[in-house]
Design a protein around this ligand. Structure first.
Ligand SMILES: Cc1ncc(COP(=O)(O)O)c(C=O)c1O
Length: 384
């Protein structure tokens, strides 16, 4: 039993997280979902240890649902039936490390190429896996420079290539083109190639864009990752990594202790996130995803338009949910949790409201002079 003080601490934490949720516009994380029908699962012990597609001694799992989620994304990403394999991971870093691991196994002595706009998990992955790497220049919109890829790869044309393609860079939602990457490497004379597509944010809606970004299995990807919490909606980080069955067979080991195969990076794995993702895809369906994207895209267009109308030079890539603008002041960055590097951005995800966008724009465009003495710690709809 908790004492009164502990209960108060819990309440305080809940309210401060609730308040932070209201002013959360700088990182892609869907909001406003309702998974109440799933709360009863939190009473159960659960663990998806081992390969999702194989039976195990452990039965306290949701592996059946995990397989359905994987099959949903495999179809969305045009994998050949019966050819794909995947699992639900903790977050995007694990997925990128998994893709690099597969790349290393398929392309021994390979060099990893990724653009300067790539998420920091990739440089962590190459360090952990002891891989030689080469950072490729990006264009101002965040997309990889294919000329620079050509130049860099030409210097090592005798070595295999593992390329990380971003289908939505972290800061600008720039999209690399897997087909073009393959063409460049073929022209350079490199035939042993592994392409890992990091579609953390855009994965669920990229297949429905016109023109469709070239990033799926039919476009030449070997591994693809997508987040569950960024667009579909989940209260905690999660997502899917997909690859080809034949690649995973190379790293598979039978483990007596768990009575199944070890094919995943983590041993014990979250059994709740597959249930949440299953619930999301079953309730949304493809039509729901398209509708949700359309709403977000309209709100992103509105945000860019309003910022420009108020003198902030904001822009976004075609069809992007990420609106990019010059770095914001510390008070805005801290209050609205605005990711800031050489630029700042806001990301419209399902659950983002026009009221929140308006309040952020109001805060960004209200002169500091008017704010002297104002309390910037208050609720998000207040002036900050
Ligand atoms: C493109 C991209 N890949 C990977 C990640 C890593 O995700 P996580 O923080 O879940 O490890 C992010 C996170 O923002 C991302 O934007």
């Amino acid at each position: 039993m908790l004492d009164l003080h502990d209960l108060e601490q819990l309440d305080d934490l809940f309210h401060s997280m609730e308040e932070a949720n209201e002013c959360f516009l700088g990182y892609p994380f869907a909001k406003g979902f309702n998974y109440e029908p799933l709360w009863r699962f939190l009473k159960l012990t659960a663990n998806n240890v081992g390969d999702p597609f194989k039976s195990a001694t452990y039965r306290v799992s949701s592996r059946v649902f995990e397989c359905e989620v994987i099959e949903f994304f495999a179809r969305l990403f045009r994998a050949q039936s019966d050819e794909s394999w995947g699992y639900i991971t903790n977050g995007g870093t694990e997925r990128n490390i998994y893709g690099l691991y597969q790349g290393r196994e398929r392309c021994p002595n390979g060099i990893v190429y990724f653009s300067q706009d790539t998420h920091y998990s990739v440089s962590k992955g190459v360090h952990l896996l002891g891989l030689e790497h080469c950072v490729v220049r990006s264009e101002p919109n965040g997309e990889m420079s294919y000329d620079d890829l050509w130049q860099q790869a030409a210097r090592a044309r005798h070595r295999p290539a593992v390329v990380v393609a971003n289908i939505g860079t972290t800061m600008k939602e720039g999209k690399d083109d897997a087909r073009r990457i393959r063409t460049v490497l073929r022209d350079v004379g490199i035939n042993n190639v592994h392409i890992h597509c990091d579609a953390a944010l855009c994965g669920p809606y990229a297949p429905f864009l016109t023109p469709k970004p070239a990033f799926d299995f039919a476009d030449g990807a070997d591994t693809i990752t997508v987040s569950g919490h960024k667009f579909l909606g989940a209260p905690m980080p999660c997502g899917v990594v997909l690859t080809r069955k034949q690649y995973v067979e190379r790293v598979m080991r039978a483990i007596d202790y768990i009575g199944t195969s070890d094919t995943t990076l983590s041993g014990s794995r979250n059994a709740y996130t597959p249930i949440v993702l299953w619930y999301a895809i079953r309730s949304l369906g493809v039509e729901g995803i398209k509708h949700s994207f359309h709403q977000c895209e309209q709100l992103a267009a509105y945000a860019a338009e309003q910022l420009n109308a108020r003198g902030v030079s904001a822009w976004r890539n075609p069809d992007a949910l990420t609106v990019v603008f010059p770095p914001v002041e510390e008070r805005i960055k801290n209050k609205w949790q605005i990711a800031t590097q050489d630029v700042s951005h806001l990301v419209v995800t399902p659950g983002t409201t026009r009221r929140q966008i308006d309040a952020l724009i109001e805060a960004m465009t209200t002169s500091r002079m008017n704010l002297k003495g104002a309390d910037v710690r208050g609720g998000c709809a207040s002036r900050a």
